[in-house]
Design a protein around this ligand. Structure first.
Ligand SMILES: Cc1ncc(COP(=O)(O)O)c(C=O)c1O
Length: 290
């Protein structure tokens, strides 16, 4: 059977992916001048949409692009896109750039943003990861000072992730001035003295939607959790290390820089948190949370 054609949204239209074209003068292509968001959907139900759209709005404000759509319009368009595509579990990618204009660093006089959305299948975490975890390496965080903005200019993150892959690891954990900030495309949690710790929000890391849910779930369970700076030494001595993102959920790191983390297997607190996280997803699918 032929695979159904993926449908995307581009500037007001739902069209086949193969027919979606953007001008080479688009400032996203020329300068990486835009922001993006990734929203997971489980059983076609959007996960924490309000949080994702609020972050999108603050990112657009931060880069001085007027949000082209209202919350309700975003919600409707994303819901339509999910229905038009094949999979039950989808990862919705949306990108807004400053649009097409003659190449000049200064903003164009007239705002004409490009709005693009596509979805891909959202692959659930494998048994292999749950059993054995992943490998990570620590690398110097050489990104800019505005890592809280979900900018499409991702060259530093791309280079860092590739460096990790070249070293046989799945993700890079970034270190700036002796402090662990986050992963190349994920937020960081460690367990130290049976307490979960994640770095506080600020300009040096992305305020992850998954991160916030984990903090919320831990607080709901009266589990010890602190939003506190993590030094490189603490990272190296952690009982458990987790990396979180909307598409990867909570990844247990069992090897850091070729050294075993904790017992070398995904830890007890990871297991508990993953159970609570999966319960949250199940409740979403059954329509009892957003
Ligand atoms: C640099 C970075 N940090 C953290 C995250 C996790 O954010 P979220 O949980 O909202 O997906 C991402 C996600 O892509 C990321 O790119």
């Amino acid at each position: 059977m032929n695979k159904p054609e993926p449908i995307v949204y581009l500037n007001g239209e739902f069209i086949a992916l193969k027919d979606a074209h953007v001008s080479v003068l688009d400032r996203g292509f020329i300068f990486g001048d835009g922001v993006y968001e990734v929203v997971p959907a489980y059983g076609r139900r959007l996960f924490r949409l309000q949080h994702h759209l609020e972050r999108l709005n603050s990112n657009l404000n931060a880069v001085k692009i007027t949000n082209p759509l209202s919350f309700e319009d975003w919600q409707q368009l994303i819901a339509q896109l999910i229905i038009k595509n094949q999979y039950n579990n989808q990862s919705v990618y949306l990108q807004i750039t400053r649009g097409v204009a003659p190449r000049d660093h200064g903003f164009p006089d007239k705002e004409n943003p490009t709005i693009f959305m596509m979805t891909s299948t959202l692959v659930k975490q494998s048994r292999e990861i749950a059993d054995n975890g992943i490998h990570a390496v620590s690398l110097p965080d050489n990104r800019w000072q505005n890592c809280h903005i979900k900018s499409i200019s991702l060259l530093p993150n791309v280079l860092l992730r590739q460096q990790a892959l070249d070293k046989g690891a799945e993700e890079a954990i970034l270190i700036r001035d002796g402090i662990a900030t986050e992963g190349a495309a994920s937020n960081l949690f460690i367990v130290l003295d049976d307490c979960i710790i994640t770095p506080p929000k600020g300009p040096l890391l992305l305020p992850g939607v998954t991160r916030d849910l984990i903090v919320e779930l831990a607080r709901g369970k009266k589990q010890c959790i602190k939003e506190q700076t993590i030094t490189e030494a603490e990272l190296n001595n952690a009982q458990e290390i987790w990396l979180t993102s909307s598409t990867k959920e909570i990844l247990p790191v069992t090897m850091l820089n070729n050294k075993t983390v904790g017992s070398g297997k995904p830890g007890l607190l990871w297991n508990q948190m993953m159970t609570d996280y999966q319960q949250y997803i199940q409740d979403l699918e059954e329509n009892t949370c957003d």
